[in-house]
Write a protein that binds this ligand. Sequence first.
Ligand SMILES: C[S@@+](CC[C@H](N)C(=O)[O-])C[C@H]1O[C@@H](n2cnc3c(N)ncnc32)[C@H](O)[C@@H]1O
Length: 181
Amino acid sequence: MVFVETGCGVSTISLAHAGKDNNARIYSCDINTEKADELTTLSGDKIKNVEFLIGQSLASLEKIAAKHDTINFLFLDSAASAMYTFNEFQTVEKLLKPGSIVLIDNAAIPGERRLLSPVRKGKILVPYLLASPYWEVKGYPDAGDSMVSAIMRDTADYADPAYEDPEYIDHWRRYFAHELK
Ligand SMILES: C[S@@+](CC[C@H](N)C(=O)[O-])C[C@H]1O[C@@H](n2cnc3c(N)ncnc32)[C@H](O)[C@@H]1O
């Protein structure tokens, strides 16, 4: 098993714990050396099974992709950017196989009414996953800063044919207003 997180922190302790139970190879990718060092000092033996990859997570994920053919669990929680998070996902997308799980922090199912933190790491990735028939997607508005998980299935049964992005705006009237001027 291979478990990967981008953005270290308290989550690293949980990842290490879950990884121990699954005898997993665990990677934590973070750009902040001091944070990773302090976390290692504070956590002691709890995270000794975690391999830190320091630097831009996109580069670290490329290294992981060169070494492994599967990621079983991927937690995306680094830069506060929807595009960066989507790029992280795409960097390792080919390693995600049926049974692989992706967890995104600061993310919500589009249209979720609950007030969340202002960061929207899943703003691009979540609709992408929802559109795929192979990803089963679930929102957890009460977990972390609101999280979304997705598990890849081996049958193409999971796209919701009725799903439409509630934030989609049809600007057709603006076209006519412009034409009539
Ligand atoms: C929200 S914190 C992670 C919190 C942690 N996952 C937790 O739940 O405790 C975001 C982390 O991402 C790291 N980070 C931000 N931009 C990054 C990048 N481009 N590449 C790698 N790490 C990055 C920061 O240094 C920070 O430690």
